[in-house]
Design a protein. Structure first.
Length: 256
């Protein structure tokens, strides 16, 4: 009897997971369709920026133009879908969480979109121009003739912007894990050198193969980690204060 109940429970979980995945796919596809309508003005804005004015971009394939619109639409759809994905993940795991954990997770969902946009802005307006200027200067110092493709330009851009936008969620993840008492600032400080190694490795993997791009991504990631430790300490102090207050109430009740 118990085996059958466990099997039904597993089937119910898989059914629920499939439903959540379908919801995410629907939102992503709708965002992709909407992104295609917005792709042209965004493309024109990006291509008219000062960064793109320094050289002529070429199409080396019949699919390059369509590919640019699709990449822009996918980036927009991802920006829209990320908070919804987080919400669906929360909805899937929330039955197994305590009330305080459910409240903490739901409270952080709106900030997912805000941090994603901040990551996009930081990567596009700070990291990308510096990485692009460095790589172009090296090319010109070597006396090479510049012939850049539109696909390579946007691939270089997205390879920096999108991973950075996703990694900007790190402080939020750390705050949530601290809130549910999985992490704390003491543990984060103890694991600092290992975390640094992992973050630098991630920065190297997600960026184009040049030192300046690795450096420009790795340094903000380390700063984000330290900021996450600071936020974790803030949450942790509030938890200790709440625990102390609860303990004092318990002692007073026992004395009464």
């Amino acid at each position: 009897m118990s085996g059958k109940g466990d099997e039904m429970s597993l089937v119910d979980h898989l059914t629920e997971l499939r439903k959540r995945i379908i919801y995410v796919l629907i939102v992503f596809v709708l965002g992709l369709v909407g992104g295609l309508f917005c792709a042209k003005p965004i493309y024109e804005y990006l291509i008219r920026s000062d960064l793109a004015q320094g050289f002529v971009l070429h199409a080396f394939s019949f699919w390059d133009g369509i590919g640019m619109y699709m990449k822009i639409a996918m980036a927009l759809s991802l920006a829209i879908s990320v908070p919804f994905i987080i919400y669906q993940l929360w909805a899937f795991v929330s039955p197994g969480l305590r009330q305080v954990e459910r409240n903490a997770a739901l409270r952080y969902v709106p900030y997912v979109f805000i941090l994603f946009i901040l990551g996009v802005l930081f990567a596009y307006y700070i990291v990308f121009p510096m990485a692009l200027s460095f790589t172009i200067s090296i090319t010109r110092d070597m006396g090479l003739e510049e012939t850049y493709g539109i696909a390579q330009y946007f691939e270089f851009m997205f390879s920096l912007v999108l991973p950075m936008a996703l990694l900007f969620e790190l402080p939020l993840v750390v705050m949530f894990l601290t809130k549910i008492r999985i992490l704390n600032p003491l543990r984060l400080r103890k694991l600092r050198r290992y975390a640094y190694f992992v973050l630098v490795f991630i920065g190297i993997v997600i960026t184009p193969p040049d030192f300046i791009s690795d450096f420009l991504v790795a340094i903000p990631l380390l700063i984000l980690y330290e900021f996450s430790v600071f936020l974790s300490a803030f949450v942790y102090r509030k938890q200790l204060a709440a625990d102390k207050e609860l303990e004092e109430r318990y002692v007073k009740r026992q004395e009464d």
